[in-house]
Structure formats: C-alpha cells, structure tokens
Ligand binder design. Structure first.
Ligand SMILES: Cc1ncc(COP(=O)(O)O)c(C=O)c1O
Length: 389
C-alpha cells in the first residue's frame, strides 16, 4: 500500500543517536547498574495542588467537549502569564491551547508553511524540528552555530541564509541542548531580518522558566514584531507536567484564528480537566515550580564543578535550560562513540550530540532530570572515566 509523502518526510536525521538510550534501557531492564541521563523528562512529581485541581475538575463533571482553541479562562491566564513574564500585553484572542509545545510546533508550522517554503533554523537543533517542518513540505535550512561563540547566533550567517523562498525563522531559547539564551543583540538582529524580509519568527520557549544568570528574553517582547511573532511554550518542564500534554501557542489574532480551525480538525479541544489543572498552575503561586528551578540550578553547578577537570573532557555552564553539554572533542572520539564506550565502561547513559545535528558530533547531552544522587554518582563515574583516557 502507498503512504503519503507527508509521513515519509517525518524521519529526521538524528534518530540513530538514540540507540545509546535504547541500549541503556535494555541493560537496565536486565538488571544492570545503569544511570540514565538521556531524556529531558523531569524526575520531579507534578505538584500535588495541580493534581488536586485536576481531580476536582473531573469530579465536578468537566469531562465533556471543550472549545478547539482552549477554554477562555485558561487562554486569558496564559495571556496574563505571558505579559507578567516580560511579553507584550496580549489577550485571550492571541492564545491557543495545545497538547504540549510539540503540538504547538506542528500547529504553528502547519499554519504558516507550505511546500516549497524554507525555514531558517539554527543548528544544533531540537530533534523534532526537522520532521515537523518536513511534514508541511517546507525545507529546513540549517545555519550552524559555533561552540566558540557559546552557540550564539551569527546574524550575518542568518541573513545570508535568507532566499526568496524563506518564510520563517525558528529559534529555541533557552536552547535545547546547548543552554544558550538569546541576548538583546540577537533579538534585535532577528527582528531586523524578519522585518526586512517579511518573515515569521517562531520561538520555542519551553525552557524559559530556567534562566540562571539573567532573565529570559523573548523576541516577541518587541512591539514591532506583534504581527509576525509566534511563541510556543508549555507546562511540561516548568511544572513537571510532561505527561499532561498542556502547552500553548501565542501569536497575532488572524494566526490564532487559523490555529483554532486547525485544532478543530486535529483535536477538538484539550481535555477540560487538564485545562483546569493548567489554569490552577498559572493562576497560583506554586512553590514547587520555583523549588524545582533552584534544584536544576544546583544540579547544573554540581555537574559543571565536577566535570571541568576530567582529563580531556570538559563542560561549560549552560545559561539556561535543564541540560549540560559534555565536550569530548579532545578525546578524538565522536559523541556517539564516547556514549557507547561510557555506557559499557561505567553504566552512565548520555545522549550523543549528533541527535541535534553534526555541529555537536564531539559533544554529549547530560540531562539534569534525574535524582541528585544519580547525577552525583554519574558525574563521579564520568570524571573517573575521563581522567583515565
Ligand atoms: C526544545 C523543545 N521544544 C519542545 C519540546 C516538547 O515539549 P512538550 O512536552 O511541551 O511537548 C521539548 C521537549 O523536550 C523541547 O526540548
């Protein structure tokens, strides 16, 4: 039987790197002493007050269809949250609720891209961007970021990548996996390119809660981008709610109107009790969210202190996010080779940087989403292994 061109375009190029993770999972299932620092799924539980809000909602009968673009109260709360966290003042009409930022990315791509378009994306790149853009028939145009610049944008390289087919720029800040955060100059440069060439600017901000040394900065804060800036975020990481599938897309009203129709085709509304839990999370001080942020910060410090002088391997503190990049370029091994060897010799599983593109072929990603004791022990083993090389 024949399959559509759409699904055949879904295979991204970084999937092979996940076999370290698969092998580690298998080894663990067979009883081996394996420490998994591969996946970005918080080890924390969702705060109990949010869980209670969901149960109360279910008990009160909130178990029926909802509006495709989300419940008005939640959309308004997301709009308020956006403004409180430095964004432009917006209203519920600028917000659509989606089941997670991943669905937000897909929805945004389907709303603004079509076959033949090009989308400029800095690389290293979060693994799903390539297939998401590919699904629309558009082509991702990757612009490599350099480790030497801390993986910050090179405005000239971005501008040079623009062609008459370019329709959008897609960026992620704080960035997974490099931890780089857009600074004021980068935001200005992005705005300038998008205005000059009439492009959409799509920003994935799922890690905005985790900015360590300076506040998170979104390009959508610039008023001149109001009719072309799209922001995608979720509660997955900030509130340890990955499995709840609750995120949002923010954009100009005509954009959201299209998103609403698309969501009516795809989804028919996110579950109301999940939306009620999200409303609770966004309209209350949830102390655990701040405590988790601080704990990730402490884990970041622990990893970076332990792994700065470990033979030929090194790491640099990320500006934001919940990952640390391990730099193994001086070992002469690729991240992929190092990842398999590290797993065999120490039982520590990290994600080879190739999962995010060739720029990171000499790196691995350490996820900070494991219990402190596991991270401490993993760092001890990595340090010992690195020093032995
Ligand atoms: C950069 C980035 N964007 C989007 C997502 C998807 O997040 P969500 O769980 O909200 O769909 C992730 C998940 O790890 C991510 O790292």
């Amino acid at each position: 039987m024949r399959f559509s061109n759409t699904v055949q375009r879904l295979e991204g190029s970084g999937y092979k790197s996940w076999d370290v993770h698969m092998r580690a999972r298998q080894m663990k299932a067979e009883g081996a002493d394996v420490l998994m620092l591969t996946i970005g799924d918080p080890d924390f539980e969702t705060p109990p007050s949010i869980v209670n809000a969901a149960f109360e909602s279910i008990r009160s009968g909130r178990t029926h269809y909802t509006r495709a673009e989300g419940e008005p109260e939640l959309r308004a709360a997301i709009a308020a949250h956006h403004a409180q966290t430095g964004g432009q003042p917006i209203t519920a009409a600028n917000v659509a609720v989606v089941p997670g930022a991943q669905c937000g990315l897909y929805t945004a791509a389907m709303t603004v891209l079509q076959p033949g378009d090009e989308v400029i994306i800095p690389e290293p790149v979060y693994s799903t961007y390539e297939p998401v853009v590919g699904a629309t028939g558009a082509t991702p145009v990757f612009v490599n970021l350099s480790p030497a610049s801390g993986f910050h944008l090179d405005p000239d390289a971005l501008a040079a990548a623009v062609t008459p087919r370019t329709r959008a720029i897609l960026v992620n800040t704080p960035h997974n996996p490099t931890g780089a955060m857009l600074g004021p100059d980068e935001v200005e440069a992005l705005a300038d390119i998008c205005l000059r060439h009439d492009l959409w600017l799509i920003t994935d901000e799922v890690y905005s809660h985790f900015a360590y040394d300076r506040p998170h900065l979104s390009p959508a804060n610039l008023p001149e981008l109001a009719d072309r800036a799209v922001v995608i975020s979720s509660l997955s990481k900030s509130h340890a709610m990955t499995g709840w599938r609750l995120g949002w897309v923010i954009g100009p009203e005509p954009f959201i109107a299209h998103v609403g129709r698309l969501l009516a085709c795809m989804l028919f509304g996110a579950p109301p009790f999940i939306q009620d839990a999200a409303l609770y999370a966004l309209s209350h001080e949830v102390a655990e969210a701040e405590a988790m942020r601080q704990q990730y910060g402490a884990r970041r410090a622990l990893v970076c202190q332990t792994l700065t002088d470990a033979g030929p391997i090194t790491c640099r503190a990320p500006e934001g996010g919940i990952y640390v990049l391990l730099d193994v370029r001086q070992t002469g091994m690729s991240g992929y080779e190092f990842g398999h060897l590290l797993l065999d010799k120490t039982g520590v599983a990290l994600l080879p940087g190739q999962a995010f593109g060739s720029t990171l072929s000499g790196f691995l990603r350490i996820s900070l989403t494991a219990p402190d004791a596991d991270i401490q022990e993993a760092c001890r083993r990595i340090h010992e292994f690195g020093s032995s090389l």
